[in-house]
Design a protein around this ligand. Structure first.
Ligand SMILES: [Zn+2]
Length: 120
């Protein structure tokens, strides 16, 4: 299940950030991530992988909030960006031309992290 390794790398990104900010005594309460529908990540699977993966880290009490980014492609024929309803074949929904490239929908990134004090 590759969501486990994705959860692990998201946690590593956040822990690195905490070290960079010298905030290693803080407890993370919320991690907000952005996931494109074309990234291949299943949000529900990521949420269930996140709990066990974060155990014993500063993120173990954190909630994972996922913003899903819809898939959008650039269509040369229309000269416009088009949003696709599903992560299916990359064809323009307006004219059917094969889309030149994906504009959005491949995101997999940490947007923000909220911190709280570790209870003493
Ligand atoms: Zn088009």
């Amino acid at each position: 299940m590759h969501e486990v390794s994705i959860a692990q790398s998201l946690i590593d990104v956040v822990l690195d950030q905490l070290r960079g900010e010298r905030a290693t005594n803080e407890q993370v309460t919320l991690v907000r991530v952005r996931i494109g529908v074309f990234s291949g990540v299943v949000p529900a699977a990521l949420v269930s992988a996140f709990g066990p993966a974060s155990e014993g880290t500063a993120l173990e009490a954190a909630r994972l909030q996922i913003d899903v980014v819809p898939l959008a492609v650039w269509c040369d024929a229309c000269g416009a960006e088009q949003e696709l309803p599903t992560a299916g074949p990359l064809h323009c929904p307006k004219c059917g031309t094969r889309a030149a490239h994906v504009v959005r929908g491949r995101e997999l990134e940490v947007v923000s992290v909220e911190l709280g004090r570790r209870p003493s």
